[in-house]
Write a protein that binds this ligand. Structure first.
Ligand code: C5P
Length: 301
């Protein structure tokens, strides 16, 4: 059994942190959006001898990719997702090989690892004809990582709590985005650790974004975007500011950092402006991409 599917990256149109919860995680409010930048995931399952776990044999899961530094074991979210699927369903005895053709930059705030994990869940649900559906896959995904539930079906959604409380929103009008990652990597736990909730000075207008989406007002969305992590950046602060300015100067309706960064994206209502901004930024920043927004996935059978 072998199947291939695209795993779409996400951007955060808003990212707000409300408070720190008793479990150490933060209660966030974020409008998330899938985009066409994607990894290609291939999952192959063969009946196998498996590996010993205590007194029983279970299937083995391995991950390979075009990036030699990506872990091939359970440290990789894609492997974690496969193991969580097999644990939930009780399916055992298969050796699973996951191949990732990585195109989404890693440690970039674009949810690449989460997208891969969610994609593995969708593929396995189809392959084994378990018909769990999106809601159950989201629940399994939640045990794997905070952004995985959103990535299961993607589209335009409000995510709250750790990221697992998802509400449907009016899809964003189809538009273009330019993504540009400065050559720094931000640690997500470290950034969360730096945020003092009572001291947050600027916040996105998440409710305003939700309203603007409801009326198809792309400008209204773009002018209300903000990410509270931008205030606590140290590494890459100057580059993030520079990229935001260049996006706006080249026709972006708004520009903001995605997730825990340091990728900045600009939103554009036409391809010509998006291409102009891309052409301006690409010579300076190697990791620069042009993408479109992507709607929620349907269930494939
Ligand atoms: O769930 P995930 O593995 O993506 O989270 C990585 C880290 O980010 C967590 O260990 C936690 O420190 C932090 N985090 C948080 N609040 C969230 C999501 C993540 O504090 N809502």
């Amino acid at each position: 059994m072998i199947e291939t599917e695209e795993a779409y990256a996400k951007i955060n149109l808003s990212l707000d942190i409300i408070n720190k919860m008793d479990d150490g995680f933060h209660y966030i409010r974020t409008v998330m959006q899938s985009i066409s930048l994607s990894d290609e995931i291939t999952v192959e399952n063969v009946p196998g001898v498996g590996v010993r776990a205590g007194s029983i044999r279970v299937g083995s899961v391995r991950v390979g990719s075009n990036l030699p530094f990506l872990p091939g074991d359970e440290r990789n979210i894609a492997a974690k997702a496969a193991t969580a699927f097999f644990t939930y369903t009780g399916i055992a005895g298969y050796d699973t090989l996951i191949r990732i053709n990585k195109k989404i930059p890693v440690c970039a705030g674009l949810g690449g690892g989460s997208a891969d994990g969610a994609c593995v869940l969708r593929i396995l649900d189809r392959m084994f004809d378990t018909r769990l559906g999106f809601e159950v896959l989201e629940k399994i995904g939640n045990s794997v990582g905070s952004d995985v539930p959103f990535c299961v079906r993607g589209g335009t959604r409000l995510a709250e709590g750790r990221g697992e409380l998802l509400s449907e929103l009016t899809p964003i009008p189809k538009c273009y985005t330019v993504l540009c990652k400065p050559p720094v990597s931000c640690s997500t736990p470290e950034l969360f650790g730096r945020v003092k909730c009572e001291k947050i000075r600027a916040r996105p207008d998440t409710d305003g974004i939700v309203k603007a989406l409801g009326t198809g007002d792309l400008r209204g969305v773009a002018c209300r975007m903000y990410n509270v992590f931008e205030d606590v950046l140290t590494l890459g602060k100057a580059e993030v500011a520079d990229i935001k300015h260049k996006m706006i100067d080249n026709g972006a309706l708004g520009a903001v950092m995605s997730g825990s960064g340091a990728t900045v994206f600009g939103l554009f209502d036409n391809e010509a402006d998006a291409r102009k901004a891309y052409d301006k930024l690409k010579p300076e920043y190697k990791e620069c991409f042009l993408a479109t927004t992507v709607e929620e996935l349907g269930l494939r059978t």
